[in-house]
Design a protein around this ligand. Structure first.
Ligand code: GLA
Length: 394
């Protein structure tokens, strides 16, 4: 398959195959710890085997050319390497442009590049297709221009691009999981200290099933920023009375004691941030002990809290998750990612997966009026250069 992509590359950009290099960055799924990263709490994501591929070559041209097999309608996008400003008309290509611009600030890139992208992750589904294209580009530039930045620096650079160049005020979870993922491990990440513990995921006779609501997400970014602002307002009020750096430093007991300082809405949002952080730490311990039943119950509590206190689920996610909870093959099910649509993450007994997909899918289509999509996924490694003979999960 990669060989065909190289041929496609040559057809698009001409030249020969010899000097093409290939990079890969995964998507991610978060098991638990949602809307906790920017609140200084813990998250428990893993990288996936599916992700974004990038084929690249240096050229003698004064411009950079981008093409995505996912967006053939935009054709080849050509930009001068000294004009990498954000432009609406460049759509998806703004992500890699932003990463190249960030590199330019410490490493003058004065050579042309031809880049062909191919993403296996459904776009905008909450599986971090944007962090994936950022990291695949960051790792690529790091190697091509021998910058020797470590992965954590590439992760932080990519998050900065998302925050400042793309303008989405996300936390660090996605870029961290995509960059630092490890096959068969989940990552318990303290988003305040960036201390990370790798926890082996022994699924035994179960698998991870991702279900996509296929809902078009409209106002997600503004609602996301609003949740973030409410939590920040709650924190500022609490900080006048308790010495905490973030809501991640707070226990449920402390919040109960001080909640009168907050508006009813701030109380709900803060309660989610605080209890979700506690659940995440507990879930990591359950995973370490191999107690999947306890893990599944915590996933359920997480969804309920996201539904009732944080209010980021919506009918589509609730329908998928509630149908999954009813199925006898389900160990755990919840929404994953930012919410408002996107995907659910499910742990399902292998023997039940076909029936799970059929019944949950049917209930969803009947209630919502269109189909959900299902993917059985495996936990993969973080962003890296690959060769075409090995590591082809496409
Ligand atoms: C999005 C953001 C992450 C995180 C999640 C919610 O995926 O990019 O930083 O906040 O939402 O947990």
């Amino acid at each position: 398959m990669m060989t065909n992509w190289k041929e496609e590359f040559i057809q698009l950009f001409a030249g020969t195959k010899e000097d093409i290099r290939i990079f890969f960055a995964p998507g991610r799924v978060n098991f638990i710890g949602e809307h906790t990263d920017y609140n200084g709490g813990h998250v428990l994501p893993c990288a996936l085997e599916i992700g974004t591929y990038a084929l690249v070559r240096k050229t003698a041209n004064p411009f950079i050319r981008f093409y995505s097999k996912n967006f053939p309608e935009t054709g080849i996008i050509t930009v001068a390497y000294d004009d990498l400003s954000y432009q609406d008309k460049h759509g998806w290509a703004n992500y890699p442009k932003g990463v190249i611009a960030a590199f330019q600030s410490f490493c003058p890139i004065e050579t042309g590049l031809d880049i062909l992208y191919y993403g296996m992750i459904p776009n905008g589904a909450g599986l971090s297709s944007s962090a994936s294209i950022e990291l695949v580009t960051a790792v690529m530039l790091n190697e091509l221009f021998a910058q020797h930045l470590d992965m954590l620096e590439l992760v932080k650079l990519s998050q900065k691009v998302e925050n400042e160049y793309v303008g989405v005020n996300c936390g660090i979870m996605d870029q961290f999981a995509v960059g630092m993922g490890k096959r068969n491990y989940a990552m318990l990440l303290n988003c305040q200290t960036l201390e990370c513990r790798y926890i082996p995921v022994a699924m035994n006779d179960c698998s991870i099933v991702i279900a996509n609501t296929n809902k078009k997400r409209g106002l997600a970014a503004s609602v996301y920023n609003e949740r973030r602002a409410t939590c920040e307002a709650a924190l500022a009020k609490l900080q006048k009375h308790i010495n905490i750096a973030s809501l991640g430093d707070l226990t449920s007991e402390q919040l109960e004691k001080y909640k009168h300082l907050l508006s009813p809405l701030e109380q709900k949002r803060a309660r989610h941030a605080v209890t979700e952080n506690e659940r995440t730490i507990e879930a990591a311990a359950a995973l370490e002990k191999g107690d999947l039943l306890c893990f599944g119950e915590l996933m359920k509590q997480s969804h309920i809290s996201l539904r009732d206190d944080y209010e980021v689920t919506g009918e589509e996610l609730d329908t998928l998750v509630e149908a999954a909870w009813k199925h006898e093959g389900t160990i755990g099910a919840r929404m994953t990612g930012a919410g408002f649509g996107g995907c659910t993450v499910n742990i399902v007994k292998d023997a039940h997966i076909p029936d799970f997909i059929e019944r949950v899918g049917k209930e969803y289509a009947e209630k919502i009026g269109y189909e959900a999509s299902f993917y059985v996924v495996k936990i993969g490694d973080g962003a890296r250069e690959i060769t075409e003979t090995k590591e082809m999960s496409a």
